[in-house]
Ligand binder design. Structure first.
Ligand SMILES: NC(=O)c1ccc[n+]([C@@H]2O[C@H](COP(=O)([O-])OP(=O)(O)OC[C@H]3O[C@@H](n4cnc5c(N)ncnc54)[C@H](O)[C@@H]3O)[C@@H](O)[C@H]2O)c1
Ligand SMILES: [Zn+2]
Ligand SMILES: [Zn+2]
Length: 384
């Protein structure tokens, strides 16, 4: 089968790989009909995630058709069209039972923090991902969810990560009616976080990025304010000024380890890898939220340390929350939001690229060329 093949930082291609096989009675094999490239893939692509092995296949956002099932799979059957949450989760452990499907204790037993994630290095369990024609899906009674009749596949594929992650970013912010919410990052996750902030009762939503076409997009899509930090002396001062010098009630970091905007953070976090990515956005979040406010972090950082102003967090009395999204927990309500038109995820898809052209797709998404917001990869078998 054709599958994405990681050859080293900034080098990806498509090669022929062996077909995945059922290895456990609860496995399923899914024939992929769509997969996406995510901002999280850029951390892998840039070589910033520990133990990203040459030869691995990325891709944690995918939908497809069940081709084969193991003898203990009862919740899906061959031929079902399914969307597959990006978390690999057992459904049985103490964390899964609390709805913490991103923190499964079984799917990534070598780690103490993150659970298994499809196509996300051996740090996240070493599972092959869905930027391929076929993928093995473990715990198939837990994750794969039948796509409701009539749902557009482009909406379905965004329910595997972007929609739940943006929603959970807003949820973890504990937004109260009338709150001012600042979102750092106008990528797909930040755009969705801004949109979902209104669902929790926000009174004002402000998005900060430095890419003008994304700011323009989010302004229209999420009906919010959007500003370019490259045109500001200091984004923290800007936010203080526009909130009567109090700061925002809730600040969401939807940027993560590739953050720009601070030379020292960029050099130590992205070039020298002395910390787990550049912590510029967390820095700005802690300093621009009001005393007693909440910082919600969905931007991804690695398992090692980061330089963040913890003294300010303490002295301001902040609540800091973060996690990988718990996709399965959120799916029922988010499917409803998509079906009744409250959320329209597919409007974020700007590019549809054949799987074979994956190298160009990564380059374009990474460099933010051609007004790219979200790229969907389509294998040839799904194009016929
Ligand atoms: N927690 C989760 O479950 C989860 C799931 C999906 C993605 N993520 C993470 O969310 C983050 C965003 O994902 P995405 O797909 O939207 O990525 P993306 O790369 O498309 O978007 C990131 C945006 O941040 C902007 N940016 C860079 N530095 C900034 C700064 N200092 N302040 C404000 N904006 C800045 C970039 O210009 C870009 O538009 C990534 O770190 C990704 O790994 C987390
Ligand atoms: Zn993702
Ligand atoms: Zn579990």
């Amino acid at each position: 089968m054709l599958a994405m093949d990681y050859r080293g930082p900034k080098r990806v291609r498509v090669t022929q790989k062996p077909m995945p096989e059922i290895k456990h009675p609860q496995d399923a094999i899914v024939r992929v009909t769509r997969s996406c490239i995510c901002g999280s893939d850029l951390h892998l692509y840039n070589g910033n995630v520990p133990d990203t092995r040459v030869g691995s296949t990325f891709g944690h956002e995918f939908i497809g058709v069940i081709e084969e099932i193991g003898s203990e799979v009862t919740k899906v059957k061959v031929g079902d069209q399914v969307l597959v949450p990006f978390n690999v989760a057992c459904g049985q452990c103490v964390f899964c039972k609390q709805g913490l499907f991103g923190n499964c204790h079984e799917s990534n037993p070598e780690a103490t923090a993150v659970g298994g994630i499809f196509g996300y290095s051996h740090t996240a369990g070493g599972y092959d991902g869905g930027q391929a024609e076929y993928v093995r899906v473990p715990y198939a009674n837990v994750g794969p969810t039948v796509i409701p009749a009539g749902m557009d596949p482009d909406d379905a594929v965004l329910l595997t990560d972007v929609v739940p992650t943006g929603y959970q970013a807003a949820e973890m912010g504990g937004i109260q009616p009338g709150d001012t919410v600042v979102v750092f990052g106008a990528g797909p996750v930040g755009i969705m976080a801004a949109k979902c902030s209104w669902l929790f009762g926000a009174g004002r939503v402000i998005v900060i990025d430095q890419v003008d076409y994304r700011l323009e997009f989010v302004r229209n899509y999420a009906q919010c304010e959007a500003y370019n930090f490259a045109e500001m002396d200091d984004p923290v001062l800007f936010i203080k000024k526009t909130t009567d010098w109090l700061g925002a009630d809730v600040v969401i970091d939807a940027v993560g380890a590739e953050a720009a905007g601070n030379a020292m953070q960029t050099i130590t976090g992205r070039k020298l890898l002395l910390q787990a990515g550049s912590a510029t956005a967390v820095h700005w979040a802690i300093n621009s939220v009001k005393k007693g406010g909440t910082v919600s972090i969905v931007g991804v950082y690695g398992p090692t340390d980061n330089l963040i102003p913890i003294g300010n967090a303490l002295n301001k009395g902040l609540t800091i929350r973060g996690n990988q999204a718990s996709v399965k927990r959120l799916l029922p309500r988010l499917i409803e939001h998509v079906q009744n038109g409250t959320l329209n995820p597919k409007a974020m898809i700007t590019h549809r690229v054949p799987l074979e052209e994956i190298a160009d797709a990564y380059r374009m998404f990474s460099a933010k060329l051609d007004n790219c917001i979200k790229t969907v990869l389509i294998p040839s078998s799904a194009r016929m």
